[in-house]
Design a protein. Structure first.
Length: 359
């Protein structure tokens, strides 16, 4: 990955960025249309932005969450759950009013979160100490258990059938599978590199078939056969034809966003050095497309990467949303034409992103 060829001040970067993006309206609508909402946490700010995919406009802003990390909606759409890195809490918000309902103390510093399929528990990956998953009862909003794992956790995911929780550890270089009924780890898979974002493919019967795992220092992903409990392939993304400037610290996680479309037909994988998202046919993992993401340009400089991160989809699979961590925005892409539909301004360093289905 190319580091910046010549230093430029943070002030000049911010001024150029401000000039390149439209301003957010101070009056945000309390109502929205469509069947879903897109939530994005601003990791270096104190707010969460909500996008209406029908208009690709910000329709709500949840304020007062310093260093929000993971975000997940309740299945019934009544609440939004956010892991708060600054306070080591799970913050619970009313979805419609954005009012804070409760801050639930956690066992330690959190990273990403997940919610069980029936909504009875919120699961929080703990990124400090030996590593654990905190279990929060959705009715009482209290922590009922900490499931110990081997290694501090980064990302966690409930499988499509709701039976398991998949966790990943960067320092532990380990993926752990937890039985959600018994709330105990049932098997582990070690890797040679740290485990970062993942996405899960369901088979025809709804059971977990494959897990696609992004790894530290890897511009690509590993393929895990869930039933066989082993890695079966490792795929490298195409080399970039353009050198994009970016923070040198990004070299440890060049590919840091991945998602299976809800219709189960395609796999989308972001790349920071390529400043693009690559599209694979899910059935055979053949590369079928590449979509360039917006870059920041400054006078006398080469293009600066948007630093694409997490991804999420509309329920109909027609649009994918990608957080642009370096340029305070989210890119909306039409999945059929593989063309950018909109670049939506949000807050400081947007990263984690999720979809709430409203009807």
């Amino acid at each position: 990955m190319a580091a910046c060829a010549r230093p430029f001040s943070r002030l000049s970067f911010v001024l150029a960025l401000a000039a390149s993006l439209p301003a957010l309206s101070p009056a945000l609508s309390p109502a929205w249309a469509g069947a879903a909402l897109i939530y994005v946490t601003n990791s270096a700010g104190d707010s969460i932005h909500v996008i209406d995919p029908a208009t690709n406009k910000v329709v709500q802003e949840i304020k007062g969450v310093e260093a929000a990390h993971g975000i997940a909606p309740a299945p019934d759409g009544a609440r939004v759950y956010v892991s708060n890195e600054a306070d080591s809490t799970l913050d619970v918000f009313d979805r419609e009013s954005a009012a804070l309902i409760k801050k639930v103390p956690l066992s330690n510093h959190p990273n990403n979160i997940a919610v069980t399929k029936n909504g009875d528990r919120i699961l929080v990956g703990i990124a400090r100490g030996p590593g654990a998953v905190d279990v929060i009862d959705a009715k009482t909003l209290t922590r009922t258990k900490s499931i110990l794992v081997k290694g501090r956790l980064h990302n966690i995911y409930v499988t499509p059938d709701g039976k398991h929780l998949i966790t990943g550890s960067i320092p532990g270089k380990l993926m752990t599978v937890i039985d959600l009924e018994r709330e105990v780890p049932v098997w582990e898979l070690p890797f040679d590199l740290g485990v970062r974002p993942m996405t899960i493919e369901a088979g025809p019967d709804g059971a977990t078939r494959r897990i696609f795992v992004q790894l530290s220092d890897t511009n690509g992903f590993a393929v895990v056969d869930f039933a066989a409990r082993k890695e079966v392939a490792r795929i490298k993304l195409p080399a970039t034809a353009t050198e994009f400037e970016t923070d040198a610290g990004r070299a440890t996680s060049p590919s840091h966003g991945i998602g299976v479309a809800p219709d189960g037909k395609t796999l989308w994988v972001t790349s920071i050095p390529n400043n693009a998202v690559f599209v694979y046919s899910l059935a055979d993992l053949k590369l079928i497309g590449e979509v360039a993401l917006p870059a920041l340009t400054l006078p006398g400089r080469g293009p600066i990467a948007s630093v694409p991160n997490w991804v999420t989809f509309t329920p109909d699979s027609k649009t994918i949303y990608i957080s642009n961590a370096a340029i305070k925005s989210v890119t909306a892409i039409d999945t059929q034409s593989m063309q950018v539909k909109a670049v939506i301004p949000v807050g400081e360093v947007p990263k984690r992103i999720n979809t709430l289905v409203t009807n």
